[in-house]
Design a protein around this ligand. Structure first.
Ligand SMILES: Cc1cc2nc3c(=O)[nH]c(=O)nc-3n(C[C@H](O)[C@H](O)[C@H](O)COP(=O)(O)OP(=O)(O)OC[C@H]3O[C@@H](n4cnc5c(N)ncnc54)[C@H](O)[C@@H]3O)c2cc1C
Length: 373
């Protein structure tokens, strides 16, 4: 996006990619259909040391701008849910579209070109496995640490440090959470069970589905809070967000069934059995004290889980943290202290929610830099 924007301004642009092809993350994204933007994208959907940093770039290149490009290329797409736009057929169409626009802008796309060193004298001098290249403007778009098998590297962070720019601590985001051995023993047999929850961590909450895995918890609700969760922290799950409070349970006070019987109507039966065996009174509701029913409702709505970690960068969709936003101009993404050096996309300390927000940040920040670099 940055290369084609700069190329259209008449700049001579080389795009250097060490993989054999560009856009491998685009290719596998969204299950091969690329969730390329989100209609509802606003700065509130991003995590950053400075939550306002992304405002200008997002306002100047909106989801509608990207959609216009997708429509220009006749790529069919649809909204899946919650403003999330996916290709009808293949994410490769998005890569094809970007490459076609780069061709129009006469961008020199060089694959198999690994940038190894960067020096700055009058101009930037790049040492690559294909020889030395010189440029006036250097845009770093090397992404984060997640999914290293697709080419992710710490190169961008190293270049930032080399030029004296601060980094915020990085951690895996949009990643499954793992449970302690004790909790895993209870839930591993439920692997594959999914239910709607409201997940909360560090002040953020997401109403989506949760999936139990053989190592812990996943599914959209968990992936979303994983970006907020920190090592040693806890999370709470409302296991019945569609029935808030305790009234719904108290209405069954006179029932000859158990809590499990009742919850089996709301949850997958296997989950109800395992959860109730640990947490619910093992007697008929009519024999259960009101205070105990209220306590049960509280536990259902604020069930604490204490993850013991995450599945880490190999399974994380994004890297939270990165080049500190205070080091960059929010208008242009240029390093304040190093004229001509720009950072865009995931390498910057701006991390989107699940749902097309990360690509929208990549497009918007790339466009912002491409207008001036
Ligand atoms: C499995 C998965 C699914 C995802 N699905 C979605 C989705 O549906 N929607 C969404 O919004 N986001 C999704 N994301 C996140 C999204 O892919 C990233 O946030 C986005 O690709 C970041 O763009 P970027 O250009 O900053 O970095 P990247 O896309 O990671 O691109 C960086 C490029 O730099 C190259 N590179 C690195 N170091 C060097 C070097 N030294 N020399 C030359 N080249 C180098 C890499 O090979 C890579 O191609 C997904 C991520 C994953 C892992």
């Amino acid at each position: 996006m940055c290369a084609l924007t700069a190329g259209k301004r008449g700049r001579r642009v080389a795009l250097l990619e060490h993989n054999a092809r560009v856009g491998l993350k685009i290719a596998i994204s969204g299950g091969g259909r690329c969730n390329f933007t989100n209609l509802l994208a606003t700065p509130e959907n991003y995590i950053s040391g400075n939550p306002r940093f992304c405002t200008s770039a997002l306002a100047r290149f909106t989801p509608q701008d990207f959609i216009a490009l997708v429509e220009k290329h006749g790529i069919p797409f649809h909204e899946k849910k919650l403003g999330q736009l996916f290709c009808d057929f293949s994410s490769r169409q998005i890569i094809g579209m970007l490459l076609a626009e780069c061709a129009i802008a006469e961008v020199d796309v060089r694959c198999g070109c690994r940038v190894e060193t960067v020096k700055k004298r009058e101009r930037f001098s790049l040492g690559t496995n294909q020889g030395v290249l010189e440029c006036d403007s250097l845009v770093i778009a090397t992404g984060g640490l997640s999914f290293a098998k697709l080419g992710a590297s710490d190169f961008g962070y190293r270049i930032a440090q080399q030029f004296g720019l601060k980094l915020t601590a990085t951690r895996p985001g949009l990643v499954p959470l793992t449970l302690s051995d004790e909790e895993r023993a209870v839930f591993a047999p439920l692997s594959g069970v999914s239910l709607p929850v409201m997940a909360r961590a560090d002040g953020a909450s997401f109403a989506e589905s949760m999936l139990i895995t053989h190592r812990g918890l996943s599914g959209p609700a968990i992936l979303q809070i994983s970006s907020y969760w920190r090592e040693g922290g806890s999370a709470t799950l409302d296991l019945l967000p569609q029935r808030p409070g305790a009234e719904w349970l108290l209405e069954h006070r006179g029932s000859k069934g158990t809590a499990q019987d009742l919850l089996e109507r709301e949850w997958p039966a296997r989950f109800a059995a395992a959860w109730c065996a640990r947490h619910a009174p093992q007697k008929y509701l009519q024999q259960t004290r009101t205070a105990d029913l209220e306590q049960l409702a509280r536990l259902i709505h604020r069930w604490p889980v204490r993850p013991d970690g995450t599945e880490g960068y190999p399974k994380a969709e994004v890297t939270v943290g990165g080049v500190e936003t205070g080091e960059l101009s929010s208008k242009t993404m240029e390093a304040r202290r190093v004229p001509g050096l720009y950072f865009i996309g995931e390498v910057v300390d701006v991390t989107g929610w699940l749902g097309g927000y990360n690509f929208q940040w990549a497009w918007a920040s790339g466009h912002a830099a491409g207008e001036v670099a």
